[in-house]
Design a protein around this ligand. Structure first.
Ligand SMILES: [Zn+2]
Length: 249
């Protein structure tokens, strides 16, 4: 059962990792001028972003393609990247982890699908300091579904989540008004969506990780105090940390 959950999770991870790299390619990268890019994102058979060659079916099985070709494109030998591998592995690990800790199947799926959309948010914010509202809507919907399931549809259990989400939304919105370069409106939507599932005290964990991550990023990675940090990406990391911790707790 756990092994099956892991495999199913890597399939979901594979879908979202592919979607994330397609969004980077078609909306931010080389493929920006493609006329039917929405259609291409969802219906074009998998291809190498470097040489544009189609990827054979056996290589599309999560992890298999990576292992069979030692992490490189079969045609042009361009490295696939460890991030792709992690993007496939993470939802597999998470689904198995949540089932192991006795989450309901519905809840585990809500959270894994939520995590898939968070991988997309992580990727666009990390590379381009940008969170797409089209994607954040899904983050909000799955967080709402998971929050409702967590509170077993009882309003007395749900309203604290709602209040946390509203509080976070207001705080981030004020930060957005005063420091628009550091906190985008995308961060406001993302932060309040995550709080809608996490509630208290876990939302505090999310923001501690996000704040620490952003500070470390600015001082150690960018080495420039005026440079922006991908705050949204660190919110995502914070959420994953909170999720793992909540399951054990
Ligand atoms: Zn290639």
């Amino acid at each position: 059962m756990i092994l099956f959950a892991f495999f199913l999770g890597t399939l979901i991870g594979s879908f979202y990792t592919a979607t994330a790299s397609r969004i980077l390619y078609f909306f931010y990268g080389e493929g920006r001028k493609t006329p039917d890019r929405w259609k291409q994102i969802f219906f074009r058979p998998s291809f190498c972003f470097h040489c544009k060659e189609k990827i054979p079916p056996l290589d599309l099985i999560p992890l298999m393609g990576y292992l069979r070709n030692r992490g490189r494109c079969r045609h042009c030998h361009y490295p696939i990247g460890i991030v792709t591998l992690l993007g496939e592995l993470w939802p597999g690990f998470l689904l198995a982890y949540l089932i192991y800790f006795n989450y309901s199947v519905a809840q585990a799926f809500f959270l894994v699908l939520l995590s898939g959309h968070l991988l997309i948010a992580f990727a666009t914010d990390w590379k381009h300091y940008s969170l797409d509202h089209e994607n954040t809507i899904f983050v909000g919907l799955f967080a709402l579904a998971a929050g409702l399931e967590k509170s077993a549809l009882s309003f007395s259990a749900f309203w604290p989540l709602l209040a946390t989400s509203a509080g976070v939304g207001v705080i981030l919105w004020v930060l957005n008004l005063f420091f628009p370069d550091g906190f985008g409106f995308g961060d406001v939507l993302l932060g309040s969506s995550l709080a809608l599932y996490a509630g208290l005290p876990w939302t505090i964990v999310i923001f501690e990780v996000a704040a620490a991550g952003s500070i470390i990023h600015i001082y150690w990675i960018l080495k420039d105090r005026k440079a922006p940090a991908p705050f949204g990406s660190y919110l995502v990391l914070g959420f994953f940390v909170a999720l793992l911790a909540e399951a054990i707790y």
